[in-house]
Design a protein around this ligand. Sequence first.
Ligand SMILES: *Cc1c(COP(=O)(O)O)cnc(C)c1O
Length: 433
Amino acid sequence: MTLQNPPGQPHFAYRGNELFCEEIRLSDLVRAHGTPLFVYSKSAMLAALAAYQRGFAGRNVQICYAMKANPALGVIQVFAEAGCGFDIVSGGDMDRVLAAGGRAEKIIFSGVGKTRAEMRRALRAGIGCFNVESEAELEVLSEVALSMGVAAPVSIRVNPNVDPKTHPYISTGLKDSKFGVAHERVLPTYQRAVKLAGVRVVGIDCHIGSQITQEGPYLDAVDRMLDLVEAIEAAGIPLHHIDFGGGLGIDYHGETPPDAGLLWQKLLARLDARGFGQRHLMIEPGRSLVGNAGVCLSEVLYLKPGEQKNFCIIDAAMNDLPRPAMYQAFHQIVPLNRRPGAPDTYDVVGPICESGDWIGHDRSLAVQPGDLLAVLSAGAYCMSMASNYNSRGRAAEILVDGAQAYVIRQRETIADQMQGESLVGQMPTTLFI
Ligand SMILES: *Cc1c(COP(=O)(O)O)cnc(C)c1O
């Protein structure tokens, strides 16, 4: 008997009894680099991107990778070389894009709390667009740009009041959400924007949430956006681009999100029907480009049988894989090597001193201490949310390209962690009063 391949992840498959990423045996990577270890498949990322590209074939589209899903320089580089733009949410994100070879004019800057300093740096770099999320931000951006003698390119992020039917923490397009400008305030905000000398209206955008697995909310959001585009243009304010955001879900555990290509064909039919098909379009996918392109490899440290529960204690934890603790999220967990013997049911947990430090509940596994496990679908919102809790260094990251593997981030050492800290008495502050 060989193990069943992880469903929906053709770039991670068993050969005989061993799990491979593309042409690389994952246990070989562990021998060389230790655990916990993130491994990404470049082909999986490009295949996910290709689905979007197919959906938009023949259209004027800019696909902006929402890099907060996975901001590793090596990952950004893959998408920059494939011609993508980037959706950023901080000045640090911008620095990463520029360091990895992305082009400033293909950057769009989202987020409800951009600081004046971030605005200044982004204007100096010459980014493509600020996705403005409030009327107050619009005023500040105009003031900052004017002080630099430029006009900031802006799009207003619309809150379409659409329920994406996903986890509440990753729903962003409902009325009570902190994101975007409320539907009824959008036109007045554009009318204000065209009067401000420090901004230049270039587009409109929305983003309704993340891990969306149904097409209904997208279709509703698109319709509501197009209603607004018509109203804004009827008021004499032309919009150069329309940006539909990101949020398409992935298959973690039997979810069946629409195929990116088919979804966009359907959405484009709506745009065509309303005469917007030849516009400059933008989208901001994150998770759907990288989520199923990554795994986190971990070693089984101890088995701890109990009366109520058996625990399988592994060396990866909530600081590496925060999604279960944050969103009660499900990640498949599979062995790197098949072991004979009957499986037991375990709660798979990490070493961190929190009961929330679990990776999977009630998993059927045939394992022994020293065995290696792969936590699947770990390419998005894992390393990007990783922390040093419990003084744990962040994991190393490997990018696999066919038969070649590259270290794209070295394992963080304790020296890395303590760098910048000092003992009391070593560094008195200087106050300027
Ligand atoms: C997070 C985010 C995205 C990407 O969302 P995914 O669910 O990862 O596709 C796109 N746009 C904005 C504004 C975001 O905040």
